[in-house]
Design a binder for this molecule. Structure first.
Ligand SMILES: Cc1cc2nc3c(=O)[nH]c(=O)nc-3n(C[C@H](O)[C@H](O)[C@H](O)COP(=O)(O)OP(=O)(O)OC[C@H]3O[C@@H](n4cnc5c(N)ncnc54)[C@H](O)[C@@H]3O)c2cc1C
Length: 456
């Protein structure tokens, strides 16, 4: 039986930054990282736009899994804020959380991110403009690495770690057992490994696995939220005054009809809309490149409505999945609809889409989102599009494209101490898999935090 000092499960930002910090603080530690997906250079989504046009539901999604995790082909927006992206500050304090996010930013800069831009809402005149129109702009600084530089940063970090950390790619961990002496045994395939400490960082793709592990080890969890909505795509020029200054603006709107909160999320100036496959369900997402040659004429962002459930219903993710499944059933994947068609209560068909002035960057099925999204959510999205039209005229144009559905699944929250430790000493859960974080910066910061605790 092989033995490690620290086993890390999952090589997304959480796992990578935990490994990075451990190596830095204690180079003698024996660290093994188990990752269900491939090494960075072997990660390849089969969609080539030619032979394979849409998601074929690979058992391990190359976009979500492998070195870099869900972050590898992301837009690489590292938001430095406690206002969104997770609730890490509730465990470790606001100052510490910001300090760690800045530290992560420094490591990214040292590893290929230098020269990328940091945007900030501080002093922005858009705060007033939003307020005057019933919208609220959240405070944040955001480093935009872009998908291409993000990939370079990951490659450089891997080069630094590869001889110091035992990486096991294509090796999903099946289960974790607590040994009598308080160490941990991770089981993978027909093999096992023991470790003094175990850091679990399995992200969103590992949400079901995480739930099972918590049940098996009798670790308490809670879950009551899912965000549901659409991805909006429009000509970049409509949002350019905002994106040039802020890159990403997190704007919140309270609907007049139901007083629901609708918010913008993951804004990608001159970006592309992409499919995302979570546990076989295809939803929509987006990203953009830093390289001018790869920029498109469109900007995309999500509009999401948070849905909180109360007792007795507990399966908020199941609710989101059912809605996504409905869109997959009707559209064979993601559905796209012109805003004008949605408001007129008619389906977008191939002809209407062809005639649209906005060229879609994702090959989705033209259809009718009103057959998929619950009325209350759809009403909120329509209201928000009109509210945004006041600060970015043209948002509510007929040809604005809405892709559905975008679902932001929240992992159930694992019961953790302020050390991000379960009730078992030395068994830590970090990143999006813990339910504590929902972003690159928070997930990475949680990895550094736990590594520092372990290295003492
Ligand atoms: C298209 C896209 C764009 C995004 N853009 C942004 C952005 O611009 N800014 C931002 O802040 N966030 C963005 N996100 C979200 C961000 O990527 C995540 O918040 C972040 O990656 C979470 O990091 P993590 O380490 O917690 O988990 P993940 O990155 O999900 O990594 C978890 C890893 O664990 C592995 N794993 C799971 N189960 C097991 C197992 N049993 N055994 C071994 N390995 C396992 C998975 O294969 C995966 O590689 C984006 C996400 C997507 C999909």
């Amino acid at each position: 039986m092989s033995k490690a000092d620290v086993v890390i499960i999952g090589a997304g930002p959480g796992g990578i930054f935990a490994a990075y910090e451990l190596v830095k603080l204690d180079p003698n530690l024996k660290i093994t990282v188990f990752e269900a997906g491939n090494s960075l250079e072997k990660r390849k989504c089969p969609i080539d736009g030619d032979k394979v046009k849409s998601c074929i539901k690979c058992p391990v999604c190359a976009i979500m899994s492998g070195f870099g995790g869900a972050g590898a082909f992301s837009d690489g927006k590292y938001n430095i804020t406690n206002d969104f992206g997770g609730t890490l500050f509730e465990y470790i304090g606001k100052e510490k959380a910001i300090e760690l996010m800045r530290y992560v930013d420094g490591i990214n800069l040292e590893n290929g991110g230098e020269g990328t831009k940091m945007y900030s809402t501080a002093g922005s005149s858009f705060k007033k403009l939003c307020m005057q129109n019933g919208l609220s702009l959240l405070d944040a600084s955001v480093r935009h690495l872009g998908t291409d530089i993000n990939y370079i940063v990951l490659g450089k970090i891997f080069e630094k770690l590869k001889d110091k950390v035992d990486f096991r790619f294509r090796t999903p961990v099946d289960s974790i057992a607590v040994n009598e002496d308080g160490t941990y045994r991770v089981n993978f395939g027909s093999d096992s490994m023991d470790a003094d400490r175990c850091i679990v960082s399995v992200g969103r793709s590992g949400s079901k696995w995480m739930q099972r592990i918590c049940e098996e080890l009798e670790i308490d969890t809670s879950s009551n939220r899912v965000d549901i909505g659409v991805r909006v795509e429009l000509p970049a020029v409509i949002f350019s005054h905002l994106t040039d200054e802020l890159y990403e603006s997190k704007i919140v709107y309270r609907t007049s009809k139901f007083e629901d909160r609708v918010r913008t999320f993951c804004m990608n100036p001159n970006g592309i809309v992409v499919n995302e496959n979570t546990n076989g369900i295809v939803t929509v997402n987006g990203h953009s490149f830093e390289d001018p040659a790869q920029k498109t004429d469109n900007t995309n962002f999500a509009l999401l409505v948070a849905k909180h459930f109360s007792e007795p219903f507990k399966d908020s993710n199941g609710y989101g999945e059912s809605i996504a499944r409905l869109s997959n059933m009707l559209g064979g994947g993601v559905i796209v609809q012109r805003f004008g068609d949605l408001e007129r209560g008619r389906r977008t068909n191939e002809k209407r889409l062809r005639e649209s002035t906005v060229r879609p960057t994702l090959a989705a099925t033209p259809g009718d989102l009103s057959l998929v999204l619950p009325k209350r959510i759809l009403d909120g999205i329509i209201e928000m599009v009109h509210a945004l039209d006041k600060i970015a005229p043209g948002t509510a144009n007929d040809d604005t494209l809405l892709y559905g559905v975008e679902v932001k699944f929240y992992n159930m929250e694992v019961k953790l101490s302020e050390r991000l430790e379960t009730r078992y000493p030395g068994l830590f859960v970090i990143g999006d898999g813990s339910g504590v974080t929902h972003s690159l910066s928070h997930a990475s910061a949680s990895g550094v935090y736990v590594a520092r605790l372990i290295a003492g």
